[in-house]
Design a protein around this ligand. Structure first.
Ligand code: SAH
Length: 395
């Protein structure tokens, strides 16, 4: 072991509770030498060995625990075991890559900085921390071994890499390069996934269960799907029997993909779908002026608050769209509303939506709290893993 970090007195408590992050301010001493991504030994102020972590000298999260057992070597076998266990947990739940499946959910699968999504026989890997970046080869080989997948594409171009001093890394890691479009089948609907230029790894797998819920709620309803991306909720609503579906996104490429996805599913009533390239903030106001009304509205915006420091501005944005959406609902109408901001917790989000209802002059009640499916587990000691929260409300 090349280096040891010693924590300030008391700062071992979160580690003992299995929280994987060590912030700059919790570290009292650093002994030895380590470069970004190296494995360091972690100990408490009184010399108790707490485990091993990856070192991120340029990030506020200075170290991320790989293991809470100080004697576990961090090597190829470690990654084989962690990746194999994550795969087995999902297999045991009956999840399958054919419908699209998150294989590795970072900290909550014991692998900080490692995201992997499977689309059929292709896995898309995203590494976001210096430690994860350093172990790329071990992680790739472990993924291939556990999944038997044909191809692994790395899509490490997330903005958060800059905080770790890492530049973007994209390319094929396993299997022959292929630019063929990938397809998954979610709840019976064919969806193309653009792993090269799409958002994140190409698809929002975390909303799979909510799209199924939207399908169940859509029968006989006029649906408005805001921030539609490639049309996941829109197609689900058509599948569920919506009488019309208006979908809005500001991204032209996302809307083209959405239209192609609709064409792929020839059983859907395509004439009921309307696509609008627009800013949702303005479009909601325009729809009101035009006298449009809806029975089910989906609001699934991008992350307005990446961290708690953005929470105030984000709260204003969430309130604005929720208020204007609620004003477009017919009495008895349903709102599916989400926040994927790490900086906005479930309680705050509920307060924001409550405030929006008050200002919209409607009485709304909550029918369900929503979140991602079981391929996005949340470590019980890692609340930061619970980034996506949703509410189903009725007015
Ligand atoms: N509900 C989608 C995922 C939404 S991701 C699904 O199930 O797949 C968020 C989307 O919001 C992205 O497609 C992005 O292009 C779009 N977006 C971001 N800001 C926007 C804005 N101000 N107005 C309209 N769309 C916006």
């Amino acid at each position: 072991m090349s280096a040891t970090i010693t924590l300030h007195p008391g700062k071992e408590k979160s580690v003992l509770r299995r929280h994987p992050w060590l912030f700059e301010g919790s570290i009292a001493y650093f002994n030895g030498r380590a470069r970004a991504g190296d494995t360091v030994e972690v100990q408490s102020a009184d010399g108790r060995r707490l485990g091993r972590a990856s070192w991120s000298p340029s990030s506020q999260i200075r170290a991320r625990m790989w293991s809470f057992d100080a004697d576990t070597p961090i090597d190829d076998a470690f990654f084989r075991a962690r990746v194999g266990a994550a795969w087995a947990r999902r297999a045991a739940l009956g999840l399958s890559p054919a419908q699209g499946m998150r294989v590795l959910h970072a900290e909550s699968d014991g692998l900080p900085g490692v995201i992997a999504d499977a689309y059929g026989d292709t896995i898309v890997l995203q590494l976001t921390s210096a430690g994860a970046d350093k172990w790329r080869a071990a992680i790739v080989s472990a993924l291939q071994r556990a999944s038997g997948c044909a191809r692994i594409y790395e899509r490490s171009d997330s903005d958060v890499r800059a905080l770790e001093g890492l530049s973007a890394e994209c390319g094929w890691r396993v299997g022959a390069a292929s630019d063929a479009a990938l397809e998954i089948v979610e709840h019976g609907l064919r969806m193309e996934v653009d792993i090269f230029a799409g958002h994140k790894t190409g698809f929002y797998l975390d909303q799979r269960d909510s799209r199924a819920l939207a399908a169940r709620l859509a029968a006989g309803r006029r649906v408005l799907n805001c921030f539609c991306y490639t049309g996941g909720f829109s197609l689900a609503a058509l599948h569920g029997g919506a009488t019309q579906v208006l979908s809005i996104d500001s991204s032209a490429p996302a809307l083209s993909q959405a239209r192609r996805n609709l064409v792929l599913n020839s059983g859907l009533a395509a004439e009921r779908a309307e696509w609008l390239e627009a800013d949702v903030f303005a479009a909601l106001r325009d729809l009101r002026k035009a006298g449009r009304r809806f029975d089910l509205i989906v609001l699934d915006p991008p992350k307005f608050a990446p961290s708690a420091s953005h929470a105030t501005a984000a709260a204003r944005a969430y309130k604005d769209i929720n208020m204007n959406a609620l004003r477009l609902l017919e009495p008895g109408g349903l709102l599916l509303t989400y926040s994927c901001s790490g900086g906005v917790g479930a309680d705050l989000f509920q307060k924001i939506v409550a405030g929006a209802a008050l200002d919209a002059g409607v009485e709304a009640r909550m029918l369900a709290r929503l979140g991602p499916g079981p391929d996005h587990p949340v470590g019980l000691a890692f609340p930061e893993g619970e980034y996506l929260k949703g509410l189903l409300c009725q007015i």
